[in-house]
Design a protein around this ligand. Sequence first.
Ligand code: AMP
Length: 625
Amino acid sequence: MADSAHSEPIVGIDLGTTNSLVAFCDERGPRILTDETGAALLPSAVRIGPDGAMTVGRAARDHIVEFPRETVHSVKRLMGQTIEQVRGDVEYLSYEVVAGEGSAARIRIHDRLLSPQEISAAILKRLREIAERALGCVVNKAVITVPAYFDDAQRQATRDAGRFAGLDVVRIINEPTAAALAYGIGRSGEPETIAVYDLGGGTFDISILQIIPSDEGSGAEAMDSAFYQVRSTAGDTHLGGDDVDRLIVELVQREIRGQFGVSLQFPPSTQQALRRFAEATKIRLSDEDAASIEIDLGEGRRYQRRIERGEFEAMIAPWVERTINACGRALRDAKLDAKQIDRVVMVGGSTRIPLVRQRVGEFFQTRPYTAIDPDRVVALGAAVQAGILAGSHTQALLLDVIPLSLGIETMGGAVAKLIMRNSTVPCSASERFSTSADGQTSIKIHILQGERELVQDCRSLGEFHLRGIPPMPAGIPQLEVTFHVDVNGILDVTAVEKRSGKRAAVQIVATHGLTPDEVDRIERESITHARRDMAMHRIIDLRVNAALDLKWIADAMKRVGDEIPADYRRELDEQIAHLQSLVDASERDPHSVDADAFHEAKESLDRASVRLHEMAITRSLREEG
Ligand code: AMP
């Protein structure tokens, strides 16, 4: 196996219809390479100047309205195709497509005839520059992804584009296979059947893959020699998030005409602005329950509209069902039942829409994989394949055990570990928690990785909020948090508040981002700091629990104050003052407090207050009765 320091870098490239990305895999796992401005996505757009000069990326895409005939977009649709094969696509393209030699599709700009391969090469050249700058070395080799349905001519055209860009295309892999590789599917050495659901801006693909393990055991070698067979594909080359934008634009136009007069015309620039408005509204509705649109039409006319998530979902439901029908077709072609699909991987920006996730989950009867950014998952998987081919960095891809413990933040900045390091995957754990303040209607779940006892010493993996909990006194809500890590190392975190039934969840890849050396260092540090950390954790827990006790006692004393005998009250007051002073001191400096003394003070007050709580209960019963 080649040493990573001496082997030539191989990058992974997602050459997309709308956007392209380049990624690289090292011992930390795969990562996207960004340009000098930090941008990851390179718009797949190329403008041809009158002198033949090519402008690639954002600069080309942003001026497409000014230069519609000189700007080539969606060139992927033309790759390796004849003019007849692209008749259906040409109406969506703003530039001229003509028949070249052998009726191959060619692009005519400024009387120049260009092949789709040349345009794609310009995009690949730019990606190569981005990679060379980010890696600080020459890049000559790449793995490039193509749709599973690409035929030989389309694959060959992609290879040629690579060659024109000076790249040795060491392998062409299918986009759904790349998505599976990014999630580490195929590593377990078990046969699996997966569906890859790819819903972008303008295209929809569903692919059913059969992963046939090699006899190499598990790990990176298994991934390389496993066979990712495409059982079937289905989809629609003109179905995507753009349709949703259009639905919103139509709604807004209809209502504006209804409110302000039927004759109102929308010039192209307004149409463009409306389209952007619509997309922003759609994106907001992926995270929020409602979104507002406000458009100033001039002359004192103002269009205002609030769209609720429910209304939006009713509007897009038929569109989502078209994708679900295609899933059904793909299953029939593969002669499989939805139940036989082990996992579903989500790809493409439009899979962020909650209704899409929900329907796909219902159809395949499994929670789809969404942990990796759906815009980046294909490029990351291409980089995983590149890393395997380079023979380096395979350790990062090995995962039979959880390398570092997983837990959540609890009150006071401590960490409750749910899954311990070295647990074998798959594994699950759950734990009950409650709130620390009265009337809390939202609880933050902060997921952490590491061996130390305090949040500040662990690595944050993500967070989410459980909202909509009815207000209750502190300590009353019953929050159950469940961690589940599956065979591919994908962590599902679910939080349920038992009394209200409110639920929220998040999915995370718990394994990328650390080198084996870093894992070792983290483990060593945890041993060095173990005693001090444990003591700190204990003090924090004591402080949180003592503060809750003090609050309950204060409440009870308020209720039954007039009944408390003087000597009992004196005893309580003394103990309360003592415990309060320890709580205060531990807040100022946790190390100044002796944990055993703190524990004893808390226990002692707990014992002393039993009688008080009894009095409070008796009083309540009397009042109720
Ligand atoms: P892709 O072709 O994979 O880059 O996907 C682009 C599509 O995803 C566009 O239609 C975007 O409007 C859409 N998209 C991106 N982010 C979101 C989001 N958060 N919610 C809904 N759609 C989104």
